[in-house]
Design a protein around this ligand. Sequence first.
Ligand SMILES: [Zn+2]
Ligand SMILES: [Zn+2]
Length: 357
Amino acid sequence: MKALVVRAAGLAPSVEEIRLPEVGAGQIRVRIRAAGVCHSDLSMVNGTLNPPYPLVLGHEAAGEVVEIGPDVTRVPVGAHVALNWSPPCRTCWFCENGEPWLCATANIAALENGSTLDGAPLQVALGLGAFAEEVVVPAHAVIEVPSSLAWESAALLGCAVLTGTGAVRNTAGVRSGDSVLVIGLGGVGLSVVAAARAAGASSVIAVDVSAAKKALAEAAGATDFIVSGDTLSKDVRVLTGGRGADHSFECVGRSGTIRAAWRATRRGGQVTVVGMGRGDDMVQLSALEIFSSARTLRASVYGSSDPDLEVPQLAQDVLTGALKLDHLVTDRITLAEVPVAFERMTRGEGARSVVTF
Ligand SMILES: [Zn+2]
Ligand SMILES: [Zn+2]
């Protein structure tokens, strides 16, 4: 079966035949039907993250269960599932204290699973490696979704939508009437925009370096759009009664945009960092400004969510029309076209590219 494999840092990923392991106890095999190209995939090939190689990319995906291990009762063969890249163990301190998104056993960058045809052990991104025709994963890394849900929607629920929606609802707790600033309009940022609007935000100011994102931002529910520049915090103040935004969401993962979000937030406001950046990219805040601004700076990991509970709820919202995802998918591609999708992402074009099988 075919998968998109990165052989080494800096090398372009290419489609290869690979060998998956047999389905063992506690595991299932899923035939992938749709897989979104997430910025974290790009981070694994452009040097931002340093995962081991050879590596199968892909973690935002949905598919059909085609085989289950002897003891698996979680899902039957034939079930439609979204993949979960941070499946909680339910037994560690974090899981038992209501923070399953910080599970001590999850969030591994890569896991050894399967091999290349020349016999090298393969790593799979975030324990999944979903840019592949099939995956073999732990049963608790899938969440059943209604069979009437479109594959593309099911895939996006597993990363961009859960992350963006959870950041607004769970991490930040945006309330009706709040003013909200969103910096970085990829799949996650656009999901933040939509969730903030749905939460009743009085204004949702969407910001990107690319002017071409304006139409996407407005389709997602933004009330204002600003091309990122030196006057950002002044521009945001003009739109927020001179104070700055009640909530800012940084969906890029860079010190410069974290600083920009911080500066454009009102005194006492809240800055939520959703983007994942480099280990050596330092954010500078003075001791005085931390005190005098009285702002809160926090991170949102996987939307501070419990995917087992929230993915099925979000799936229902999509089916009833309360949550619209159509505007998020701007390109439908093949596995071999993922590197082209990375180039679009680097240029700041489009929203999600989704590999369909
Ligand atoms: Zn992702
Ligand atoms: Zn745990």
